[in-house]
Design a protein around this ligand. Structure first.
Ligand SMILES: [Zn+2]
Ligand SMILES: [Zn+2]
Length: 229
């Protein structure tokens, strides 16, 4: 197995491996920006294009800064002071500035495509690992992987379909037993597997919250703040 294969295999364990890779990647990219690029003019310009990222990534960035004791809010404050002054300057000219695409969202989409393609290329080695793990691909990433495999490796696609269905059935049974434990006649407490079946069922359907799964509202067209002027 090559290095990328090992990297992908390490993400197999629980939940959607693609989502888990993307979440780690997103957090590390945000930290890199905050540690190294707060005053970088190129990065500053990328921020400006979207007027400070999309809503999801703006809050995520602030959350990451506060959650890291070595960071704190200073870097984010410097970035958003700049964004605010740009915004005010635009309003003074009578324009609400355009909000372009968030560069972190673009980065995440690229990473998502690359990850699913890498998974598809190494499916022969990774499918048995996936089958024997507690991992369940989320609906979105299962769909992406399956559509590549149907084109490139129909046998693996068929195997993946069977494995995925079985995993979802097991998950559904665990969730059912979890619910049963709330019956007043139940004598046992829910097991660890039953407790984790609830977040894992949500993950199987919705994926984890990252730039690729959180729906973004984009306003590509600039609007004039004072159209009568
Ligand atoms: Zn996923
Ligand atoms: Zn974004």
């Amino acid at each position: 197995m090559d290095l990328i294969g090992v990297y992908l295999r390490d993400a197999v364990g629980e939940g959607c491996p693609v989502c888990r890779i993307l979440r780690r990647y997103e957090e590390s990219e945000i930290k890199t920006i905050l540690y190294e690029h707060v005053n970088d003019p190129g990065v500053r310009e990328k921020f400006r294009e979207s007027l400070g990222l999309c809503t999801y990534h703006a809050w995520k960035t602030l959350g990451e800064a506060y959650s890291d004791p070595l960071l704190g809010p200073l870097g984010v404050a410097i970035i958003y002071e700049h964004m605010l002054s740009f915004y005010v300057a635009s309003l003074e000219r009578g324009r609400i500035p355009e909000e372009g695409e968030c560069f972190l969202c673009q980065l995440m989409e690229e990473k998502e495509t690359n990850t699913v393609e890498a998974l598809a290329e190494r499916i022969g080695e990774l499918l048995p690992e996936y089958e024997n793990s507690e991992s369940v691909l989320c609906r979105r990433h299962y769909g992406m992987l399956l559509s590549i495999l149907r084109r490139t490796n129909p046998d693996a696609a068929e195997m993946l379909e069977a494995i995925q269905l079985e995993k979802l059935r097991v998950l559904g049974e665990r969730l059912g037993s979890f619910i049963d434990k709330f019956d007043y006649r139940a004598e046992e407490k829910p097991t660890k597997d039953e407790i984790s079946s609830l977040p894992l069922a949500i993950e199987a359907l919705k994926g984890l919250e990252t730039g690729v799964t959180v729906r973004k509202t984009r306003n590509r067209k600039g609007r004039r703040a004072f159209p009568w002027k």
